[in-house]
Ligand binder design. Sequence first.
Ligand code: WTA
Length: 644
Amino acid sequence: MTHAVYPVPRQWAENALVKADDYTALYRESVENPDSFWRREAQRLDWIRPFTTVKETSFHEQDFGIRWFADGTLNLSANCLDRHLAERGDTIAIIWEPDDPSEANRQISYRQLHEMVCRFANALKANGAGRGSRVTIYMPMVPEAAVAMLACARIGAIHSVVFGGFSPEALAGRIQDCDSSLVVTADEGLRGGRATPLKTNVDEALKHCSSVEKVIVYRRTGAEVPMVDGRDVDWDDAVRDASNHCPPEEMGAEDPLFILYTSGSTGKPKGVLHSTGGYGVWTSMTHQYVFDYRPGQVYWCAADIGWVTGHSYIVYGPLANGATQVMFEGVPNWPDHSRFWQIIDKYRVEIFYTAPTALRALMREGDEPVKATSRASLKLLGTVGEPINPEAWEWYHRVIGEGRCPIVDTWWQTETGGAMIAPMPGAVPLKPGSATLPMFGVRPVLLESDGTPIEGAGDGCLAITDSWPGQMRTVWGDHERFFQTYFTTFPGMYFTGDGCRRDQDGYYWITGRIDDVINVSGHRMGTAEIESALVAHENVAEAAVVGMPHEIKGQGIYAYVTVNVGVEPDEALRSQLIKWVRHEIGPIATPDAIQFAPALPKTRSGKIMRRILRKIAEGDVSTLGDTSTLADPAVVDRLIEGRQ
Ligand code: WTA
């Protein structure tokens, strides 16, 4: 197979922070002598008490543990704010672009952001939060969402941000799992001209959550929302009399920073826990090197703060680096399909980072909405969240970047804290569709499913053999699940759940999840979660969910449903089930297809053969493989006939 290769443009090769020789030398040092490499890199943060130990990690069962810079202390809110005040207090930290372009934008300097965070931190304290308490943040894309996160970091509270698109049920599950005592929300969120009733959702969720004592409500739209006496507090009232002085709490490097729920292949979403020191070093370093970020440049990550990309590349990484960034409340296709590019022109954005699904959706609208804008300020483009197909890559490069901007395709996960495989734009020639080469300190391996390592070019399961500072530290409340999920498939290694190919140049090509996780529009969904939502419906006996190829979303959700005896599997039930899943999880889990199946293909021991269900959903029935182990092979023919 031959692939296009885009060499490093000359001005990048000469001027980038990390040049080709630097990358090779530093990468070698980072894996051969991690102590010296990380001791130096960690100096990018301000430590209150300097660390003496660097890396104390093992992925082996007998001495399993992950600790970085463990005896050092610091505060990440101070690293993102206070230390910038002397030199760049008046630099704009956040340029907020509202959903509706005719509404006024906001420009918030580091000094102002610092003051907002201090006030809100004091408000949190006044409402009972403190070191170690959990605060759930269910907010739209407004600067106050970042303020709430940094205020938690400032006082040592652990934030758990829940994406505003999740339903009350999903929100309740995430509040209960970590026993939050406080919820921060807004009256409504606005996206694409439509309002989401965030506060009403919180009220609904809190019917099932006894741990929550206070709810702080930011007024985004001013909509009338019921306020519960003694529980609900207006954001403005909470900060009005709060002092703008709030000394940052001295946190241990291994103290928890946040929990972020993510879907796995089994069971309920896992509370991924990140700690302070390692995560801070990792997000700051990767943000600087991957985006070649220099203070003064306008940077824009178009993710939502509810996902890890928003945590690492809107809040902690860029703010630790003193960046000026755009924060966008809306969506790429409203009021029209030029919106992203108009914003780039409006603020002269130089670095732009988004997901392939957004690019594919915009690409479908043709080049006109793009050509209507200049985009002359753009220097570098990035993608994250799912494999980017070479056609979308080429379009991003040729049409959006007019052939002049390198594209950094960054492979990483909620669990990894920040970019793991990604090109440094001044060092690594690009191949469309490949995330290219590992980040400093990252040691990827490919394995056969029986654990045999693959040398050189090949295709296999992607694992990482040694720890990196930004790695998650545990699953909230279930350390055993953490170990079982990630370190037992290939003992002594972190298993990513992704399949991957390595080519003859050592470039990595992520092929997608090989477990029961699907990636819909760059959002991770556990098939088990959707199945359990479906079987919770009174008419459903059994359900199996798999991914299917989808032109825009990357993967779509294909559900096989067996109804209870006596229930008519008709169109009315089909649309009822779609509504039901949206209600149970949220719109992002809306099934693209529901096939009523009289029975599911099972082995004689009762295990559903998902491999077969995937093939049928893909429409690829010529290669079903061995079906002889099925209890009733005739089931398969009936499924093929009923394909949606
Ligand atoms: C997928 C998002 C290919 C992958 C930061 C991973 C990617 C999952 C890429 C994690 C990429 C993310 N190329 N696949 N550049 N980036 N993925 O936890 O399957 O929401 O395991 O983190 O997204 O999704 P998560």
